[in-house]
Design a protein around this ligand. Structure first.
Ligand code: UDP
Length: 453
């Protein structure tokens, strides 16, 4: 816990108000509310504008003011979201929220001045609203810094661009990785989303990243060169405040009691985040892969994440008998606490950025099965740059999966675990006084305070 960088007592207000606007998905809500808590301890008053869809649990944040706006989603066909519809839904909300957001923000400004708007970078419509209200806008980008140059290549429309953008690490990316970034999940609406995000981020007054400079130095330098605005990689936010209070689903704490009974570094933790979906056949192969590995596992199967099933109906016959006490399946886990548990040996992940970072911070090696967006980039960094993970195609057959998992847990794992621990050390250093993340947070506060009112 790095409260050393923050005040632990009730902060002294600097009388500045900030409006924060999270994108309504778990992987975006967590970092935004953590950032809100960080800035609150620096003396800012926090107002959160949120959509009706996936609204955060306000009772966990009595110190903040909340205002909700209608997102129009319930009136659209996008009521239920999955990877096929996410791009479309975000583009849709970037239109449907223009009016309610503008009205809400203008009303707030009538009461008292606001120093700055901090919006998710994927809320690209907010730049022109901020301009029209003569308000500064800073964006928070909840993914890795390294995905920005790859997305830029997408905007430029030149797939070879990224190889020159940040030569060393990203040249490691394979054609298949790039294909996944651009085409994985659903291609529909992806270009509109990414192009607008990049364009409106460049028009903002700064970018906040949930990472630290030493982890992704080439990307940091590339972004500093290409974007004419300051970047603030202020460190893994969850090192300041846990993500549990902004969890949209209830975290099943029985998983920790189960872990307490397992030997040190013996358990594979399996989770593919809050959005990823899979087909029944893929789910069956995963189940048999885990069974064949003969390892202990804690598996998060989110209700509705397997197509055609409510929860575990698709588990193959004979699986439970084969696995017995060796496996524990839950709907949603207290992930940070799980990763910090001594029983965890490795993390089989989709490499969403929050999951990747949470794993790094606990020194846990990864089995990487990325799907789309920034995940293939994060996974490539984990395997080829930091060398704390192995790539495993989710479409792999059960026999190979079983062998791979066993190999990581028994052989390759120990070296990766050592490297992972030294990365964990780097995170800690960067957040101490004199470290880069510590300095970046100070710079961010100075930058906001330099805005008028
Ligand atoms: N998470 C959790 N419990 C779970 C699975 C995930 O609390 O069982 C949290 C996890 O700690 C992370 C977030 O959900 O903070 C997932 O974000 P990520 O960027 O990894 O993936 P996304 O859900 O955006 O695909």
């Amino acid at each position: 816990n790095h409260e050393s960088a923050l005040e632990t007592v009730e902060p002294r207000s600097n009388n500045r108000r900030l409006v924060l606007f999270p994108l309504p998905f778990q992987g975006h809500i967590n970092p935004m509310l953590q950032l809100a808590s960080i800035l609150y301890t620096k003396g800012f008053k926090i107002i959160i504008i949120h959509t009706d869809f996936n609204s955060p649990n306000q009772s966990n944040y009595p110190q903040f003011t909340f205002r909700s706006i209608s997102d129009g989603l319930s009136k659209s066909k996008d009521g239920s979201l999955n990877l096929e519809t996410t791009n479309h839904a975000i583009n849709f909300m970037n239109k449907s929220c223009i009016e309610p957001f503008t009205v809400c923000l203008a009303k707030l400004l009538e009461v008292e001045p606001v120093t700055c708007l901090i919006s998710d970078a994927l809320w690209y419509f907010t730049q022109s609203v901020a301009d029209s209200l003569k308000l500064k806008r800073i964006v928070i980008r909840t993914s890795s810094m390294s995905c920005i140059p790859v997305y830029e290549a997408f905007v430029v429309g030149e797939k070879s661009y990224f190889k020159t953008a940040i030569k060393e690490e990203l040249a490691l990316m394979t054609e298949k990785d790039i294909e996944k970034v651009y085409k994985g999940g659903s291609e529909k609406g992806k270009e509109e989303l990414i192009c607008n995000m990049i364009k409106e981020t460049k028009a903002a007054s700064g970018i906040i990243f949930n990472t630290f400079k030493e982890l992704e130095e080439p990307a940091f330098l590339a972004i500093s060169q290409d974007f004419q605005i300051p970047s603030f990689p202020i460190g893994p936010f969850h090192k300041y405040f846990p993500a549990s209070s902004s969890s949209l689903l209830e975290q099943d704490r029985s998983s920790i009691l189960w872990l307490d009974k397992q030997p040190v570094s013996s358990v594979v933790y399996v989770s593919f985040g809050s959005i990823a979906q899979m087909g029944e056949a893929e789910f069956t192969e995963m189940a048999w892969g885990l069974a064949n590995s003969k390892q202990r596992f804690l598996w998060v199967v989110r209700p509705g994440s397997v197509s055609g099933s409510q929860w575990l109906e698709s588990l193959p016959k004979g699986f439970k008998e084969e696995v017995g006490e060796r496996g524990c399946i839950v709907k949603w886990a207290p992930q940070q606490e799980v990763l910090a548990h001594q029983a965890i040996g490795c993390f089989w992940t989709h490499n969403g950025w929050n999951s990747t970072l949470e794993s790094i911070c606990e020194g846990v090696p990864m089995i990487c099965s990325p799907c789309s967006y920034d995940q293939p980039i994060n996974a490539r960094y984990a395997t080829d740059v930091w060398k704390i993970g192995v790539m495993m195609d989710k479409k792999m057959k059960r026999e190979e999966t079983g062998i791979s998992i066993k190999c990581i847990m028994e052989k390759e794992g120990s070296e990766m675990r050592e490297r992972s621990k030294s990365l964990q050390e780097k995170v800690n250093q960067s957040m101490q006084k004199g470290g880069s993340a510590y300095q970046s947070l100070d710079d961010l506060v100075d930058c906001i305070l330099s805005f008028s009112c």
